[in-house]
Write a protein that binds this ligand. Structure first.
Ligand SMILES: [Cu+2]
Length: 141
């Protein structure tokens, strides 16, 4: 399922921006909340269908206080997360955000995510453009 059509509709009301029309986001989902945790994680597949490289510089959602692009890295034998301030996506490249790899890290989740909930995100690019998509909460059991 592709969300690019939704974003195109939203963007139709503001000046046409090149990047968003050349980005496809699919299979967007979130982990259901772990009781007692105010953090969350979101995943999706992003494809740059254009002819120029693009750079993701941030994200936001109304469902949490803050969102950061994170990556898991193995350091000293331990899996750690680190913030990725700029994620470059070459023309034609697809990057899969998934558990153990790239993810959207949510801090200060306002209402616990339950399976079936829909959460809207916005991804921001270095050229000032952004694209919106919905992610569905999935059970982690
Ligand atoms: Cu993280």
């Amino acid at each position: 399922m592709y969300w690019v059509k939704t974003s195109t509709l939203i963007l139709a009301f503001i000046p046409l921006l090149a990047t968003a029309a050349e980005v496809e986001i699919s299979n967007a989902w979130l982990k259901e909340s772990i009781p007692g945790s105010e953090n969350g994680a979101g995943y999706f597949t992003i494809s740059n269908t254009g002819t120029k490289a693009i750079t993701v510089v941030g994200a936001n959602t109304g469902a949490s206080r803050a969102v950061e692009v994170h990556q898991h890295v193995l350091r000293d034998g331990m899996m750690r997360m680190r913030r990725v301030p700029e994620l470059n996506i070459e023309a034609g490249q697809t990057i899969v955000f998934q558990p153990g790899g790239y993810h959207l890290m949510l801090f200060g989740v306002k209402n616990a995510f339950k399976p079936g909930d829909q959460v809207e995100f916005e991804l921001h690019f270095s050229d000032g453009d952004s694209v919106s998509f919905d992610a569905e909460v999935k059970t982690i059991r």
